[in-house]
Design a binder for this molecule. Structure first.
Ligand code: ADP
Ligand code: MG
Length: 277
């Protein structure tokens, strides 16, 4: 047993899309400070699992209990307010906003569209409204006093600087022009600035080369060392083995194995379904 408190408990989750069982009877637990990884072949239900936890869609049945609260019928915004943040498999940043403004967007609980965020007005309304919805962002009236403005500035500054020098020279640049790794830093920063109690990362190194992957690894190891709780979907096995405390293996919508990295790596069912392929 693990003595750390349970942060997330998922029980008997089911989700079908027009007859396709994307996730079937899936249960697992995440403790405070743990990094739990879900691995498995394409189409095995990994993203669907994260999408249900973050409220992109609700499960057909089953329970999602986060710090004692039931989330299975909640909307994205309520889930994000409860303290779950996420990043996306394909990466989602507000491309024509600066890095700093992307980070500020993550402060949805205290800031808002009080001042027009540079770049936001250039988006097709539907596009940014979608992203705001997907992220569970909640644009409430923004800082009104100088002290509030200062506080937002300081939080953005601290978040940007928490990634070392990497973002230092690009904070005023439009995010679309950044490297993959810096886009991902911006996306992770936007998620982390609200100090979530669970960070869900869907393939944070998708499309990245070895150097960029190593940079994201370094960042996630740092977040882990700071005690953050993470649920990670990832393909790259070295990455998963290094970062995770616990690995869940999915195949065809079901968990076929789970355990600590050294055990999962040697499980014949895993080798058959995934590693052997
Ligand atoms: P993974 O992330 O493990 O590659 P997914 O969870 O994305 O797998 O997909 C699991 C199954 O559910 C696949 O058959 C996929 O086509 C289907 N699926 C996922 N999301 C949707 C959706 N929004 N609409 C219809 N089918 C979906
Ligand atoms: Mg996926």
């Amino acid at each position: 047993g693990d003595d750390r408190p349970v942060v997330l408990e998922v029980k008997n989750l089911d989700k079908s899309f027009s007859g396709v069982h994307a996730v079937s009877n899936t249960s697992f637990t995440i403790h405070k400070g743990e990094v739990v990884a879900i691995i498995g072949p394409n189409g095995s239900g990994k993203s669907t699992t994260i999408n249900m936890i973050s409220g992109l869609f609700n499960p057909d049945s089953g329970q999602i209990v986060f710090e004692g609260k039931h989330l299975e019928h909640m909307k994205q915004r309520e889930i994000s307010d409860a303290g779950i943040a996420r990043t996306f498999q394909n990466g989602r940043v507000f491309g024509s906003m600066t890095v700093d403004d992307n980070l500020e967007m993550g402060l949805h609980k205290t800031m808002a569209a009080g001042r027009p965020l540079r770049g936001l007005q250039d988006y097709p309304l539907v596009k940014w409204a979608n992203l705001i919805g997907e992220l569970g962002l909640n644009l409430v009236p923004g800082p009104k006093t100088r002290a509030e403005m200062q506080s937002v500035k300081e939080q953005v500054d601290a978040q940007a600087k928490s990634f070392g020098d990497h973002l230092a020279d690009v904070r005023g640049r439009m995010t679309y022009s950044l490297s993959y790794a810096n886009k991902r830093r911006t996306e992770i920063g936007r998620a982390m600035i609200s100090e979530p109690h669970l960070l869900c990362l869907d393939e944070p190194t998708a499309g990245m080369n070895q150097t960029e992957t190593a940079e994201v690894m370094e960042l996630l190891l740092k977040l882990k060392a700071e005690g953050n709780t993470m649920l990670l979907v990832e393909h790259k096995m070295d990455f998963v083995m290094t970062l995770s405390d616990w690995i869940i293996v999915m195949d065809n919508g079901r968990i076929i194995s789970e355990g600590i990295p050294s055990v999962v790596r040697n499980d014949p069912r895993v080798i058959n379904a995934y590693l052997g392929g």
